[in-house]
Design a protein. Sequence first.
Length: 119
Amino acid sequence: QVQLVESGGGLVQPGGSLRLSCATSGFTFSNYAMRWYRQAPGKERELVASITNNGVSTNYADSVKGRFTISRENAKKAVYLQMNSLKPEDTAVYYCNAHFQSFRTFDYWGQGTQVTVSS
């Protein structure tokens, strides 16, 4: 059974930091690119950050470049999102995604964790 479980969300003041974690099981983690998405109320889900299966390459949305860092530990089957200098506009539900594409595409999702940036 595939599971992705996010944790680490919460309420933080502007300028603060949070570290999100995503623990996974039920699939070959080291074969999958991992991504963090977010969805704010009334908005579409957007890709925040991604990392290749081997951790060599990362990409970020322009809105979070220089503030967020994605990383992974294949031995622990986990992916992380370090979020610094948080802004109110970062408020959203953050989702962990596992993505694999060859002749078929596989996408697995977590249930999401709420991040609220407010004074």
